[in-house]
Design a protein around this ligand. Structure first.
Ligand SMILES: Nc1ncnc2c1ncn2[C@@H]1O[C@H](COP(=O)(O)OP(=O)(O)O)[C@@H](O)[C@H]1O
Ligand SMILES: [Mg+2]
Length: 348
């Protein structure tokens, strides 16, 4: 019994020791063959990448881009490979892009939700995939090789590291200004949105002017501040484009088509309505907007007769109204708020 006991009790240990020995032996055998294994793995990996790119190109109707050393970027019917495949109920609207020696900087205006960010990203993806040797999602594409792609794109808040959205935005922009060259591609998405409108527009303006005049990199700048369109200047290569939207009976319709020109309105209130903001709040916002646009500083007493409408406001709604800034909010946060509001409406 005693003998048997010690065999059983030490079994685990011996098992572990055996396992370790076998593992070590295997490792040594493999290490001995390392050069051969690596030699075999490299072409297998390359083949894997190339066949994945080929399959993607075949299945998604990509074309072979033409690469050049010119400072150009000429895309016909470009698409965003991920958005077109996974996110859409409606068909994806393809868009052209032209950047060349005399038009280096596109200022893309358009309301929130129009498709500006998608357009920026799809073109950066086309350049990137072209330069890694892949086919690209477009009908035609001439890509002048870029040395780097710089992006300043929102959403990646860095609150965890104690840096405000605006600080992150500005330090990333500063980094771009320090490092971009004439051969770079720069994407600036809503630079300046993280602060007040006037600050934001002024910063965006100065940054754009500097990039166009002194850097000369091919640049796409998306903004819903249509005031910035006044920056367009043929002399330094800044041109206006807009993602078109129309309004019908107070409802905004997004056409998703990028054309030359300027967006005249921001349709913020219409988008808020689409998102399900209660009608009385939307109506109140329209009145305040009319005052702003008429050069009147809105003041509570202008709307006294409307106050009754708001008598039913709950503390949650009150807090919501105080906190929400549609210009700073991400689509995900907007959705969360929508659910909260719905919960509120049902709770009452
Ligand atoms: N070319 C397009 N065709 C169809 N739908 C699009 C297109 N571009 C964008 N969208 C849709 O519109 C939504 C908002 O686009 P986004 O680029 O984020 O707008 P913006 O940056 O102007 O606020 C996207 O999530 C996508 O579903
Ligand atoms: Mg955007």
């Amino acid at each position: 019994m005693k003998e048997y006991e010690s065999i059983v009790l030490s079994a685990d240990e011996r098992q572990a020791a055996l396992e370790e020995r076998l593992f070590r032996e295997l490792r040594e055998r493999i290490a001995g063959e390392l050069p051969r294994l690596k030699r075999a793995a490299r072409p297998a990996a390359l083949l894997d990448v190339l066949q994945a790119l080929a399959t993607a190109a075949l299945e998604n109707d990509f074309i072979r881009p033409e690469l050049s050393d010119e400072k150009e970027l000429d895309v016909k019917d470009g698409r965003h490979p991920v958005v077109e495949k996974y996110y859409l109920a409606e068909p994806f609207v393809p868009n052209d892009l032209y950047l060349g020696p005399d038009e280096t900087f596109i200022l893309l205006t358009g309301p929130n939700m129009a498709g500006k960010s998608t357009y920026l990203r799809q073109n950066a993806l086309i350049v990137l995939t072209a330069q890694i040797g892949s086919f690209v999602p477009a009908r035609e594409a001439r890509v002048g090789v870029v040395d780097r792609i710089f992006t300043r794109i929102g959403a990646a808040d860095d609150l965890a590291r104690g840096r405000s959205t605006f600080l992150v935005e500005m330090s990333e922009t500063a980094n771009i200004l320090r490092n971009a060259t004439e051969r770079s591609l720069i994407l600036l998405d809503e630079v300046g949105r993280g602060t007040s409108t006037y600050d934001g527009v002024s910063l965006a303006w100065a940054v754009s002017e500097h990039v166009a005049k002194n850097v000369g990199a091919r640049t796409l700048f998306a903004t819903h501040y249509h005031e910035l369109a006044a920056l367009a200047d043929a002399e330094i290569g800044i041109v206006n484009y807009t993602v078109r939207a129309t309004e019908h009976n107070g409802t905004v319709k997004f056409l998703r088509k990028v054309t030359r020109g300027v967006s005249d309105r921001s349709y913020g209130i219409q988008v808020a309505r689409l998102a399900g903001l209660p009608p009385d709040i939307v109506a109140q916002a329209r009145r305040i907007l009319a005052d702003f646009e008429g050069g009147v500083m809105p003041a509570p007493e202008h709307y006294e007769d409307q106050v009754a409408l708001f008598a039913g406001r709950t503390p949650v709604l009150e807090e919501f109204l105080a906190r929400v800034n549609p210009d700073e909010i991400t689509p995900l946060e907007a959705l969360e708020l929508l659910f909260k509001l719905k919960g509120l409406a049902e709770g009452e």
